[in-house]
Write a protein that binds this ligand. Structure first.
Ligand code: COA
Length: 574
């Protein structure tokens, strides 16, 4: 990679991730005693709460049903072929060997479900962020029980998103490669374009140049394009009789030359570790390969703060931390709005997510439809911007001010998004003036978010509708992570509100409206969105605090890398 090109790409990517100002080391956060939000559910709103609980139960059932489905990978016969005939470990067992524990953040597990070309469980590839020897690393692991681990368009999209997360948060990447290359019937949607398969290799080179470590473990086929994942990694491990790397397999050789050759002789671990030099470590079996990989991670130059690890250990051992929220996180199920009209004061949600339910509200008396303020989540200081109704122009102005404030102070932002289902109507000249002001204010909030270089995490707690969703840091505004609650709805307008988008069309109007509303009902579900990778996964409301903690821990880790040269060096590979 040419250095100038690498520098350009790095600058572009890093524009939104300037967050390395605090040097590592033992430092104490400033003491705080933010006001406590002790907010039980108001009795008068109990019925709304109950409706939400019912809806959340249905959504959670769907969540568990889909989780069960994706855990089965490509199905029983493919699992038997994989484990018994091919003698390989299943992808989740591999992750158990690679990572310190099973407490990892899996990204978009429902990606690939319900696509026009079928159901592709986990998009044929598990991605996420997990700890290896205490260090958060992105993993990208093919599931060869899904059509031989071949890459569908959604697989490529999922891998690219995982790489983007690695870049944005400066996380080492580990690739567990077991893939038959491109899924041939869909080659036109995988191969030729800029953000298609080749981009994975390009990203590997760029990340390497940015000193974001790239490590590969070959534990299955690495055919055609897949062959470049280990060859472009900085360090690669390969398993005897299980891993193969070649551009075309033995059948292709026979067809082309008539020569009969075994996969081992053509591209096995011995050949690549002793003759071609494509890999750096030979392993007799999978377990040994995972040990090599974990040891490679130990050679990376990071120094993690001890006190944070101790705190985590204490918590894992069951010690209750004093700073848990006052009310149970289970109550979030009744606060997750079934629809926009079922939204309760968002402070009830904030109080169940933050340490000690403590919240230092900012501009509480102004622009009431956006709640802004500072809080801590497992000790991480964050700025919270939470929707509390339709974003008015005052709310948007307050939002811009608050985002700039957090940017100024290098405080990460958490957005709790629940945007209104329909755009405001213009019924009079006075109203059009109000709308004009609102547009300007929303535009300024969007600019503030786009230009803020602090990390951002967005959780869609209700609706993600219309342009207002951009002002609350939707996908297009590049938050470091974006999650959906299962009750979330993602669409231009909400189901039932199609009439506001259609021009008057006489008798056909009603028919068109019904058709569009049915479509919106189907397409706006959180699971439809996650199937297409418009987010980083559906999370249960009661898990949000933990997911936020992990996301903030992950984001913060870049401060502990000792060898971060900000100017990219040449990619590391012979
Ligand atoms: N495109 C589409 N489908 C493919 C595929 C590809 N590149 N490679 C494999 N498949 C399908 C097989 O047809 C089979 O489908 P089925 O379950 O509906 O029967 C399934 O994936 C599993 O393949 P199978 O060969 O039965 O499993 P395996 O574990 O023994 O071998 C591979 C897996 C990937 C090693 C082997 O299928 C292979 O070498 N494929 C060709 C790879 C290739 O040349 N790719 C070039 C892409 S540019």
């Amino acid at each position: 990679m040419h250095r100038c090109a690498a520098r350009f790409v790095e600058q572009h990517w890093r524009r939104s991730v300037r967050w390395t100002s605090s040097a590592p080391g033992r430092r104490k956060a400033l003491r705080s005693s933010f006001p406590v939000l002790d907010l039980p559910v108001p009795p008068a709103q109990r019925h709304v709460y109950q409706d939400n609980v019912q809806n959340s139960s249905a959504c959670s059932r769907k969540f568990w049903e889909l989780s069960e489905r994706v855990r089965k990978g490509g199905g029983d016969s493919a699992v038997t072929r994989h484990t018994q005939r091919n003698k390989k470990l299943l992808v989740r067992d591999r992750l158990r060997l690679l990572l310190d524990d099973e407490d990892y953040l899996e990204l978009s597990p429902f990606a690939g479900l319900g696509l026009p070309y079928g159901d592709i469980p986990s998009a044929g590839c598990l991605t996420g962020v997990g700890r290896i020897n205490g260090l958060w690393c992105v993993f990208i692991a093919n599931d060869a029980t899904v059509k031989g681990g071949t890459a569908y368009p959604i697989t490529v999209k999922k891998q690219l998103r995982a790489q983007q997360i690695a870049v944005q948060n400066r996380l080492p990447c580990v690739y567990l490669v077991d893939s038959g290359g491109a899924f041939l019937p869909l080659q036109s949607e995988i191969f030729p374009d800029r953000m298609h398969g080749g981009r994975t290799f390009y990203n590997e080179a760029i990340m390497s140049a940015m000193k974001i470590p790239q490590v590969a473990l070959v534990c299955g086929s690495c055919t055609a394009g897949g062959a470049y994942v280990p060859t472009m990694a900085e360090e690669a491990v390969m398993v005897h009789r299980i891993g193969t790397i070649f551009l075309g397999g033995p059948p292709l050789v026979k067809a082309a030359t008539g020569e009969e050759v075994t996969p081992e002789d053509l591209g096995g671990a011995k050949l690549h570790s002793e003759v071609s030099g494509c890999v750096d470590h030979f392993a007799w079996e999978e377990k040994e390969a995972f040990l090599h990989t974990r040891n490679i991670i130990s050679t990376l130059n990071f120094r993690l703060p001890e006190e944070e690890e101790e705190g985590r250990r204490e918590e894992e051992e069951g010690g209750r931390r004093e700073d848990e929220p006052l009310q149970s996180p289970e109550e979030l199920l009744g606060l997750a709005p079934k629809s926009f009209s079922h939204s309760l004061d968002v402070r009830l949600i904030v109080s169940r997510l933050v340490d000690g339910s403590r919240f230092q509200e900012f501009k509480s008396g102004y622009g009431a439809t956006l709640v802004t303020g500072f809080a801590k989540v497992h000790g991480h200081l964050v700025g919270i911007a939470a929707s509390n109704g339709e974003l008015s122009s005052e709310a948007a102005l307050k939002g811009s001010h608050f985002v700039q404030l957090c940017d100024q102070r290098d405080v990460p932002l958490v957005f709790l998004q629940n945007t209104a289902p329909t755009p405001p109507e213009t019924l009079s000249t006075a109203q059009s003036e109000v709308n004009g002001n609102r547009l300007k204010a929303l535009g300024s909030m969007m600019s503030a978010i786009a230009c803020a270089s602090v990390p951002k995490v967005t959780v869609v707690i209700g609706g993600c509708h219309g342009v207002d969703s951009y002002s609350m840091c939707g996908r297009a505004f590049d938050p470091n992570f974006l999650y959906l609650w299962p009750n979330a709805r993602v669409s231009l307008t909400a189901p039932g509100a199609a009439g506001s988008l259609l021009p008057p069309a006489g008798e056909q109007q009603q028919e068109q409206e019904e058709k569009l509303n049915r479509r919106l009902e189907e397409e706006s579900s959180a699971f439809f969105s996650s199937g297409r990778l418009w987010d980083d996964g559906v999370i249960l409301p009661q898990d949000t605090r933990k997911v936020l903690r992990d996301s903030l821990d992950i984001i913060k880790q870049q401060q502990y890398q000792l060898s971060t040269s900000k100017s990219p060096a040449a990619p590391l590979r012979m």
